[in-house]
Ligand binder design. Structure first.
Ligand code: COA
Length: 374
C-alpha cells in the first residue's frame, strides 16, 4: 500500500480479514468447521485428543495416532515442583484464570525448547502446553481448597483425566462424554480475540508460551471467555423463567450487556448453541433441573424480541458446567484448556508463514505543534 493511501478504518476490526488460516472456518450461515469437518459432528464422534491432533496436524489421526496423542498428553501432564510451589503462593482469592495465565507464563522457563520455534519443536511444546494447562487448572483449584494436587494414571482420556484430577474420583462415562463434547466445541474458533492476541505475539517470533500467555489474558475478559462464568450469574439472578423479561428490561434500560448473547460473526445464531442446548436439556432431564434450561429458553425469546439478539454458546455452557458439578470459577479456565489446542495450532501456522502483525491507527490527537520554550 502506498503511503498516500488512507487505509479503511473498521472499529473493532469488524469485517477485516487480518490473515490467512487453514485451521477453522466460522461461517455465519453454514456454521463451524475444523479443518473442513463439522465441529458439531466432531463433538459427537471424536475425542478432544483427536480434535487436538486434527487442529495441530491438519488431518484426523489414525487409530494408532489417536492412541499416541492420548498417551503423549497423559505423559506430559505433570507440573514441575517449582510450579506447584508457585501455585501455593498465590492469594487465596486469586481467580483461577489468573493463576493459569501466570502458570503458563512460568512454564515456558522450564521448557528446554522454549525458544525453538521450528515446526517440530512447536508440535512438542503444543502437547506439553495442552497437557499441563489442565493440570494447572485442577492443581490450583485443589490447592486453593486445601487439597493436594492429584493426577490419576495414564489410562484415561483428556476429559476423564481432567474430571478425575479435579475431584479425586473416577468420573462416570456419561459425565466424561458430556465434558468431552464441551472441550471439542470450545477447541477452536478462527480469529477470535484471544487467538488473534496469540497470533500477534507469535508474529514477533516470540515463543508459544508467550503467545498463550497473551491469549489467556485476552480470554479472561467478560466480552470473551469470561462470559461463560458471568452467564451462570445471570441465570442465578433471574431465578425463574417468569422473571426473565423484567430482568432483561431493567438491564437494557441501564445499557448493560447480557452475557451469553450476541456475537461479532454470528448474527443469526451461534452454530454451537443447538449442540450445547441439547446437552443442557439432556443433563437437566437426568437431574430434574429443567427449570434452569427453561430460564435460558425464555431469555432467548426475550432477547430476540427486545433486542433482536441471539444466544451464543456461553449461555447454555453455564448450566451444563453447573450440572456437571464444575465450580463456576472454572468455567473460563476449562474454555482455556479446550482452546489451548486451537491457540497452539494458530501459533504453529503463524510461525510457519510469518509476517509481523502491525496495523495502523487513525490518529485523532492534536495537529502537529511546536514544543513551547521551557
Ligand atoms: N446484551 C445487550 N446488548 C447487546 C449485547 C448483549 N449481550 N451484545 C450486543 N448488544 C448490543 C450492543 O449494545 C449494540 O447495541 P446498540 O447498537 O443499540 O448500541 C448492538 O447490540 C451491537 O453490539 P456490539 O457490541 O457492537 O457488537 P460487537 O460485535 O462489537 O460485540 C460481543 C460482540 C460478543 C462482544 C457482544 O455481543 C457482547 O458483549 N456480548 C456479551 C458477552 C458475551 O456473551 N461474550 C461471549 C461471546 S461468544
Amino acid at each position: 500500500m502506498s503511503e498516500s493511501t488512507t487505509p479503511t478504518y473498521s472499529p473493532g476490526l469488524e469485517g477485516v480479514i487480518a490473515g490467512e488460516s487453514a485451521i477453522c472456518q466460522v461461517d455465519p450461515n453454514a456454521g463451524l468447521t475444523y479443518r473442513g469437518y463439522d465441529a458439531h459432528d466432531l463433538a459427537r464422534l471424536t475425542s478432544f485428543e483427536e480434535v487436538a491432533w486434527l487442529l495441530l496436524h491438519g488431518e484426523l489421526p489414525t487409530e494408532a495416532e489417536s492412541e499416541q496423542i492420548r498417551e503423549e498428553l497423559a505423559d506430559e501432564r505433570e507440573l514441575p515442583d517449582q510450579i506447584l510451589s508457585m501455585l501455593r503462593l498465590f492469594p487465596e482469592a486469586a481467580h483461577p484464570i489468573d493463576a493459569i495465565r501466570t502458570g503458563v507464563s512460568a512454564l515456558g522457563m522450564f521448557d528446554p525448547e522454549q525458544h525453538d520455534n521450528s515446526p517440530a519443536a512447536n508440535q512438542r511444546k503444543a502437547i506439553r502446553l495442552i497437557a499441563k494447562i489442565a493440570t494447572l487448572t485442577t492443581s490450583f483449584w485443589r490447592i486453593r481448597h486445601g487439597e493436594e494436587p492429584y493426577t490419576p494414571g495414564n489410562h484415561l482420556s483428556y476429559a476423564g483425566r481432567f474430571l478425575f484430577s479435579l475431584t479425586g474420583r473416577e468420573p462416570e462415562p456419561w459425565r466424561t462424554t458430556a465434558f468431552n463434547a464441551i472441550l471439542v466445541l470450545y477447541a477452536e474458533h478462527d480469529f477470535n480475540a484471544s487467538t488473534f492476541a496469540a497470533r500477534v505475539t507469535a508474529s514477533t517470533m516470540s515463543d508459544m508460551y508467550a503467545a498463550l500467555t497473551s491469549a489467556l489474558g485476552t480470554l479472561k475478559g467478560p466480552l470473551h471467555g469470561g462470559a461463560n462464568e458471568d452467564s451462570l450469574h445471570v441465570l442465578e439472578q433471574i431465578g425463574t423463567p417468569d422473571r426473565a423479561d423484567a430482568w432483561v428490561a431493567d438491564r437494557l434500560a441501564r445499557h448493560e450487556k447480557i452475557s451469553g448473547f450476541g456475537h461479532r460473526v454470528y448474527r443469526t445464531g451461534d452454530s454451537r448453541v443447538p449442540v450445547m442446548r441439547d446437552l443442557a436439556r439432556a443433563l437437566a432431564k437426568r437431574f430434574g433441573k429443567e427449570q434452569t434450561v427453561a430460564i435460558c429458553e425464555e431469555l432467548e425469546a426475550v432477547m430476540s424480541r427486545r433486542k433482536g439478539l441471539c444466544a451464543n454458546v456461553d449461555l447454555y455452557a453455564a448450566p451444563v458446567f453447573s450440572m456437571l458439578d464444575i465450580p463456576a470459577h472454572l468455567n473460563t479456565p476449562i474454555f482455556a484448556c479446550a482452546r489451548s489446542a486451537g491457540w497452539c495450532a494458530h501459533v504453529i501456522e503463524q510461525h510457519a508463514h510469518n509476517r509481523i502483525i502491525r496495523p495502523r491507527s487513525l490518529y485523532t490527537g492534536p495537529a502537529r505543534r511546536p514544543v513551547p520554550a521551557r
